[in-house]
Design a binder for this molecule. Structure first.
Ligand SMILES: *Cc1c(COP(=O)(O)O)cnc(C)c1O
Length: 456
């Protein structure tokens, strides 16, 4: 044993209360086994041996008959099963219409397009989101403008929106990020005052609610994703929802080559009445969606119950600041369970070292998003011919854009504080939640030792 590792070993065991019993002359072989409470990262036994609930879920007995029926029918393109899913999704949300399309990214792109958000327009979005939010804006030739987040809720901060409104601003695209609702009452009031369209990116927020109203149904349009990781998983898939019939007819038309709404898919005789594309889902995807939709409500309740309990336990640990929900939130979707990590509360242990120690205990966790508002895809878009023809040069200088769009709260979340658990973990038992909290508490208790021994 080197002098250095002996010193760290003695320090570790002094904390365990066994150091005093050790003779410094003892050879390493004769040392007693480490106490069961030692963190796994320091050689202890991991707290969790749990197999986390698998995602996505699939029950052959209940889920396969409908899927097999579609496969054997040979009607694989969009048809009756897609219409059935759309009707059920709309009714689950309490909204008039729903349109199923290839994915959430294109749901957002179509919705912006059919609300006439185009080149020369600015769209306000939060930087704490998946890249698809910004990509949908750029795909329509519009300019994403970033509004910093409220670090307590992780959501777009309504108090920072008005300062970002210019004569070019046409829309706000709040994102209910992590499945926690954004402050829609405040956002809708600002939108009304400035005559802006609101498109909700609800791609992570299936069945989340504000004042018992489902998110995605509060703005002019809402968009969902059914990508494999999402709370309703199809593999790929997305939906646009709205109470505006004319808008929904246009969206349908757009995803079907611009054929008039009501046209049977596959018929080409009527001609196209608008510029469109082909972004249709298949009926076998819709059949998978129907199977998942059948358990979404119960799963959402489980996630809410477990999240509230886990939050109450984690809040008691110094240095851990769980998410906050706005007062008017009546249900979360909890696509992720987020909290802020403060290394001051953990004897200066870095977030990266904390995550490693927690993972060693058997708790999957991550630091979440990287900053979005300074990435090179923006520079690439600004260099395109379409952007150069649509905006004055000074708007397209990348360095100046990054400076104008600086979001310090977001940077702190991304670079220092945010920690995520995934939604499938919230489908575990209450004992699983206790074990997660115990693991965090264990890392907290040994934070100083972990920092010194792992040099982080
Ligand atoms: C997943 C996601 C999207 C895009 O959905 P896809 O179905 O993956 O295209 C958009 N916005 C957010 C916030 C998402 O999480």
């Amino acid at each position: 044993m080197s002098i250095l590792s002996r010193r760290t070993f003695l320090k570790q065991n002094a904390i365990l209360g066994v150091g005093a019993a050790l003779s410094p002359a003892l050879p390493a072989m004769a040392l007693p086994a480490v106490s069961p409470s030692v963190p796994a990262i320091l050689g202890g036994t991991p707290l969790l041996k749990t197999e986390w609930p698998k995602w996505p879920r699939w029950n052959p007995e209940t889920d396969e008959p409908k899927l097999l029926e579609v496969l054997r029918s040979g009607v694989w393109s969009r048809a009756g099963v897609t219409a059935e899913f759309e009707q059920k999704w709309a009714s689950a949300l309490g909204v008039k219409r729903s349109l199923l399309v290839v994915n959430g990214t294109n749901a957002l792109t179509i919705a912006l397009n059919q609300l006439d958000i185009r080149a020369g327009d600015e769209v306000l979005i939060p930087p704490y989101t998946f890249i698809a939010t910004a990509a949908a804006v750029l795909a329509n030739g519009a300019m994403p403008v970033f509004v910093d987040v409220d670090p307590e809720t992780f959501q777009i901060d309504p108090a920072r929106i008005e300062a970002k409104i210019t004569p070019r601003t046409k829309a706000i695209m709040p994102v209910h990020i992590l499945g926690l609702p954004a402050d829609m009452p405040a956002i809708m009031a600002i939108a009304k005052k400035h005559n802006l369209v609101v498109i909700e990116d609800a791609c992570q927020a299936h069945l989340a609610e504000i004042n018992h109203q489902k998110v995605g149904t509060l703005g002019q349009a809402g968009c969902f994703s059914f990508q494999n990781s999402k709370n309703l998983a199809i593999g790929e898939g997305g939906a646009i929802v709205s109470n505006d019939d004319a808008f929904m007819d246009r969206c349908f038309s757009y995803q079907n080559f611009g054929y008039p709404y009501g046209n049977v898919v596959g018929s080409v005789s009527t001609g196209s009445i608008r510029q469109g594309s082909k972004l249709r889902i298949t009926d076998y995807q819709a059949a998978i969606g129907l199977a998942q939709l059948a358990r979404l409500d119960a799963e959402t309740t489980t996630r809410n119950t477990n999240a509230a309990y886990l939050k109450s336990r984690l809040a008691a640990i110094p240095g851990i600041i769980p998410y906050k929900l706005y007062d008017h939130v009546t249900r979360g979707a909890f696509h992720l369970f987020p909290f802020r990590y403060r290394q001051e509360g953990f004897s200066g242990l870095s977030r990266a070292a904390f995550l490693k120690a927690l993972q060693a205990e058997g708790v999957p966790c991550s630091s979440g998003y990287a900053t979005l508002n300074d990435q090179l895809f923006l520079k690439d878009a600004f260099a395109s011919k379409n952007f150069r023809k649509s905006y004055p040069r000074e708007m397209l200088n990348f360095e100046e854009y990054v400076a104008r769009n600086a979001c310090p709260m977001n940077a702190r979340l991304c670079n220092e504080e945010a920690v995520w658990f995934t939604q499938n973990m919230l489908l575990g038992t209450r004992q699983d939640m206790d074990l997660i909290a115990d693991a965090v508490a264990r890392v907290h208790q040994y934070a100083d030792t972990i920092r010194k021994q792992t040099n982080r």
